[in-house]
Structures are given as structure tokens and as C-alpha cells.
Write a protein of this length. Structure first.
Length: 396
């Protein structure tokens, strides 16, 4: 086109655009003044950026100097690859050319915008009502003695099912007073859970999101609890789906959970903590207290600790003072714990307890709020940090 000679036939990026541009006279004092009008116009541009085709557009400058000004003119860039189709005229001021040396990236490679911190965690949290509606409800555990096992978040889910043992403890002592082992593993690859299943001499059921996983190959019965594998490492939806699946397999009514969780996602959790956190619970709230602390640790990098409500009142208060932010899940002895913590000067919240699936939502929201306040991305749980990569490599 008419600008080829000026561009010297060397383009900074492959021409993946279709543009029609009409220039306007500009104010020499503000050569970009006419661009201010663009934000006010609804031009209805159509954009179709296919995956992997975003380019790293660059603006380059050598040293402070006045850019060379060119007379404004009409510029038409021919259609190529139908990546962008602007079906109207765009008004711009004078064009400028810059010498090429120092690089400033305008778009990150391989994407329009980088992912927002916590984007995957928030997406999973928001998906919980939908995932809970898909929980299988047509199967039941057989009428035998059950033992539940898992690691991390899955162990907390296992505890909501009944008699539970951490996978490592089962490996250390596989002879148990039970007939059927129920293992929980969202991705079906947890090393110690796999060892526990192999050490167990009886039948095994697996609750998972990965029906073709190594653990699934070892199981006699596989129950798929989630419609897909959760993308955030800070697991939320896969936990509540596993807990609901266990409840359904026991014969409990779980149809009320999706709407209740949807309501819980709208609650106000108050100002997030920024230091040491204590969460206490007992009975059916004890697994929730443990899972709450794990979320705060991995998602917001907070020093959080879980206490059984009764155990808290037997010596642990000696290491607690007004610098601790406390949350106590309601239930037997919760009121005593709250009063004791308040006497010590702790800001303390009594958290209502309805059901493990519902109760954990408060702490999921608290985690993302704390992560935001601290500038932490909860999605990778530090799997993207070299120091923590080396720590994990030390035991994997």
C-alpha cells in the first residue's frame, strides 16, 4: 500500500489485522488529543482472536527525542488471517515513527491479558452450586463397616464420611476394623493414598474427579464426584462436591445444598485477617476447621491453626493473645471458647454451622479476601515459586 516505502517493507509483527483508518488534523501541542474521542464512540468493532495467535506488539524507543511527525493520511491495511475485522473508520491524529532499540511490550505473548490473581479459585467457588447439582445421587454404600482415607483436602472430606484415617497412618497400620475402604482423591494421583489403597487387603471405592487415574485403576468401584478437574490448586469446588457425594452415598438428602451454597457465596465475611489466625470446631465442624485453615495457609499464606474446640480449652490458650484473629464454628462448647478468647483480647467471630458443605464457604470467601488484601495469588499455592518448588522436590 502507500505506506510500504515509509515502513521499509519491514513489519514489527505479522499483519494479522484489517483496519480502515481516516486521519483528522491534530493539535501539534497534543498530537494524540483526537484519540480521547474514541472511548466515547460505540463503533461495535468485531474481534476474533484465535488461541495462540495473539502477537507481542512492541513500541520501541532509543533515547528521549522528538518523534518524527508525518502528515496524516488515510491508511488501509489489507485483510490477512481474519483475526480482526474493524468494519468502520477510526479517527486518529498524526502518525509517528520511532527508532527501534528499547522494547516495551504492549500485550503479553500467547494471550490478550494475563490471568488475574485468584481467577481460577473464584471461578471454582462460583461453580459450586452447579457442581453440587451434578453430584451422583443414584448410588449407595453397601451395608458394611466403612473406613475413609485421603490426604490434605481429601482427608478433610474423608472425615465427613465417618471413621477416617490419614493415608500415611493406614500405610503404617493397614489392618483395621472395617470391611470397605473409601478413598478420596480429586485427581486420583496422590502418592500416599495410592500406597494406602495398595496396602489395604479388602475392596476399595474411590471418590474422584478422574475416572482414568492410577487410583481408579486400583479401585473396585469409582464414583465421579465432579464434572471436571478443578483448575486452581487451592481446591474449593472439588472439596464440597466430594463431601456432598459422600453424604449422598450414605443416603442423605443433598438436593438443598446447591441453593444454600449459592446464598452462602453472597455473605459478608468482614475484614480479612492479616496475621495469625485460629479456627476452632468440634463434631461435624471439626473437618471444616481443618479445611478452613488449609485454605488460609495455601491460598493467602497466613499462619493459621486449627483447634478442636474442647482441646483449645486444655492448655492451648497459654500461647494465644490479642494478636490472634479467632473464628469459632458454632456447636457444643463454642460459647465457652468465644468468651475465653475475647477475655484474652482476641477479635473473635462465632461462625454458624449448618453443614460441612455450606460452612466451608465462609472460609473460602475469607481466603480470597485475605489473598487480595495481601497481594497473593491463591491459584498456584506457591507452586510457581522457585523456593517452594525446591522444597517440594526435596520430598517428592
Amino acid at each position: 500500500d502507500e505506506d510500504e516505502p515509509a515502513l521499509g517493507r519491514e513489519y514489527p509483527v505479522r499483519p494479522d489485522l484489517v483496519l480502515e483508518i481516516e486521519a483528522l488534523p491534530s493539535d501539534p501541542a497534543r498530537p494524540d488529543a483526537d484519540l480521547d474521542l474514541l472511548a466515547e464512540l460505540d463503533r461495535r468493532a468485531e474481534v476474533d482472536l484465535r488461541a495462540g495467535q495473539d502477537q507481542a506488539f512492541e513500541r520501541v524507543v532509543t533515547e528521549p527525542q522528538r518523534p518524527q511527525e508525518r502528515e496524516a493520511r488515510g491508511l488501509h491495511v489489507r485483510h490477512e488471517d481474519r483475526v480482526v475485522d474493524v468494519a468502520h473508520s477510526v479517527q486518529v491524529a498524526k502518525t509517528h515513527r520511532f527508532p527501534v532499540h528499547e522494547v516495551e511490550a504492549v500485550h503479553a505473548p500467547d494471550g490478550i491479558d494475563p490471568p488475574m490473581p485468584g481467577e481460577k479459585t473464584r471461578a471454582a467457588m462460583a461453580a459450586q452450586p452447579d457442581w453440587l447439582r451434578r453430584v451422583p445421587t443414584d448410588e449407595r454404600f453397601p451395608g458394611v463397616r466403612l473406613l475413609f482415607t485421603g490426604c490434605g483436602t481429601s482427608f478433610h472430606a474423608a472425615q465427613t464420611g465417618g471413621d477416617a484415617v490419614q493415608a500415611l497412618d493406614l500405610v503404617l497400620q493397614p489392618e483395621r476394623d472395617a470391611d470397605l475402604l473409601v478413598a478420596i482423591s480429586h485427581e486420583g494421583t496422590t502418592r500416599m493414598t495410592l500406597e494406602a489403597v495398595r496396602a489395604w487387603s479388602g475392596p476399595v471405592w474411590l471418590i474422584t474427579g478422574a475416572p482414568e487415574s492410577p487410583l481408579a485403576q486400583e479401585a473396585d468401584q469409582v464414583v465421579v464426584a465432579t464434572p471436571e478437574i478443578e483448575q486452581s490448586w487451592c481446591h474449593t469446588a472439588s472439596y464440597t462436591a466430594a463431601v456432598a457425594t459422600l453424604a449422598a452415598l450414605r443416603g442423605d438428602d443433598v438436593t438443598w445444598l446447591p441453593d444454600t451454597v449459592a446464598d452462602a457465596l453472597e455473605q459478608d465475611v468482614g475484614d480479612p485477617p492479616d496475621g495469625r489466625v485460629l479456627v476452632a470446631g468440634a463434631g461435624t465442624a471439626w473437618p471444616t476447621a481443618q479445611e478452613a485453615v488449609l485454605k488460609l495457609r495455601e491460598g493467602a499464606h497466613l499462619p493459621a491453626e486449627a483447634h478442636h474446640t474442647e482441646q483449645l480449652l486444655h492448655g492451648h490458650l497459654a500461647a494465644i493473645d490479642e494478636r490472634v484473629r479467632a473464628y469459632v464454628l458454632d456447636g457444643r462448647r463454642a460459647g465457652d471458647a468465644v468468651r475465653a478468647l475475647e477475655v484474652l483480647g482476641c477479635e473473635t467471630t462465632l461462625v454458624p454451622s449448618v453443614h460441612p458443605v455450606v460452612d466451608i464457604v465462609f472460609f473460602q470467601l475469607l481466603t480470597v479476601a485475605a489473598a487480595d488484601a495481601r497481594g497473593v495469588d491463591p491459584d498456584p499455592i506457591r507452586t510457581d515459586d522457585e523456593r517452594w518448588k525446591r522444597a517440594r522436590a526435596a520430598y517428592d
